[in-house]
Each structure stands twice: as structure tokens, then as C-alpha cells.
Unconditional design. Structure first.
Length: 202
């Protein structure tokens, strides 16, 4: 509830007068994003704020983007948006103090997963993206929700699994890939003899 109330209070930031060098379409996208957020259409709001910010890097746009991402359950992307806000916002911007609160909420919502991987050179993909670097221990920061993991390595049987995470959860798991074995099947034995009535005992 604390998260919901904080974001509702901070996502609908009015844009004020448009800058003279701001493309008209950026302002229109911003206004549509505010309307979508007002209706709690967070996915649509995120897309509109992102498109607006790509055209004109305005602090209010990326601040609203961070709030919408948090409401959408994507705190890792929200942190990136907040870093963009700090990059473009002037020191006297009125939302800098609120940005600290949003950052704390995002950090608290991110889940931490530690995977112990065998073999250490296995390739790891989370939700289709390469993740976790390399080595035996892989530390991941993930959004809460369901995630799909695929692990593969040369000469090993690949493994795919799914797990779900709660806000701020810390979890660990061991992933060991089996070695690929050679083809199996019934054995065949061929015997030849130069004796006409030889007996064969097995």
C-alpha cells in the first residue's frame, strides 16, 4: 500500500510550459502519458513517456516514467529512469527529494537471486536475455514476478525452468547440468567360426 500511495502522488506531474525547442509531438506524447497514468493504464503510460523522453529529455517526463514503471512492477527499469532523471534535472528541480523516495521504493522491491552453476562456464539466459556474467556463482537482480531461465553448456544437457519472486525476495538455487551421454540401445555381437558344428555359449 505504501508503494501504491507514493506512486499515485508522484506520477501525475504536470509538464508546465513546453520548452521552445521541444518537438510538439514530444509534448503531445507526454500529455497522453499523463492521461494514461490518470486511468492507471501503466503499460500505455510507460510507452508514451518513453517515446516523449526519446524526443525531448525533460525531467518531468522521465520522473513520470519511473513512477509508471514502479506501478507496473518493473523496479529495475525504474532505477534506470531515475538515473536519467538525475542526469537531466537541474539541481533546483522540485522533484529531486521525491526521487530519493522513489529510489528507496525501487531498491526495496527488487528481488535478489544467487545461482550456483555447474559447470562454471555455462551460459545463462533469463527471460531470453544473457544474464549473470560467468563463474560458478551468478548474482541476479530481478523484478518481482515470474521468470524463465535457460542454462546450457558444451557437452551438457540444457536445462530450462521457471520460478516466481516476491517484492524484495532473496533466493538461491543450485543448477547442475548433466553430461551428454553417448547413444544407447541393444548391443550387437557378431561371431564367425570356421567350425561347421561349433557351439556358442553366452
Amino acid at each position: 500500500m505504501r508503494l501504491a500511495l507514493a506512486i499515485v502522488a508522484m506520477t501525475l506531474v504536470a509538464s508546465g510550459a513546453a520548452a521552445q525547442d521541444e518537438p510538439p509531438t514530444a509534448r503531445a506524447l507526454f500529455d497522453r502519458g499523463v492521461e494514461a497514468a490518470d486511468q492507471e493504464l501503466w503499460g500505455e503510460a510507460v510507452e508514451l513517456f518513453r517515446r516523449s523522453f526519446a524526443m525531448a529529455e525533460r525531467p518531468s517526463t522521465v520522473f513520470n516514467l519511473a513512477g509508471a514503471l514502479l506501478r507496473l512492477g518493473q523496479p529495475t527499469a525504474a532505477l534506470e529512469a531515475l538515473e536519467d532523471y538525475l542526469r537531466v534535472a537541474p539541481q533546483d528541480d522540485p522533484h529531486r527529494r521525491e526521487t530519493r523516495d522513489l529510489t528507496e521504493l525501487a531498491l526495496a522491491a527488487i528481488a535478489h537471486v544467487e545461482l550456483q552453476v555447474d559447470p562454471p562456464d555455462a551460459r545463462l539466459r533469463v527471460d531470453g536475455r544473457i544474464a549473470g556474467g560467468d563463474g560458478e556463482v551468478r548474482s541476479l537482480r530481478l523484478d518481482p514476478g515470474e521468470h524463465h531461465v535457460h542454462v546450457e553448456a558444451e557437452g551438457r544437457v540444457p536445462m530450462t525452468f521457471t520460478f516466481s519472486l516476491r517484492d524484495g525476495e532473496r533466493a538461491s538455487r543450485r543448477v547442475a547440468l548433466d553430461e551428454v551421454r553417448g547413444p544407447t540401445g541393444p548391443a550387437r555381437l557378431r561371431i564367425t567360426s570356421d567350425q561347421a558344428h561349433a557351439q556358442i555359449l553366452l
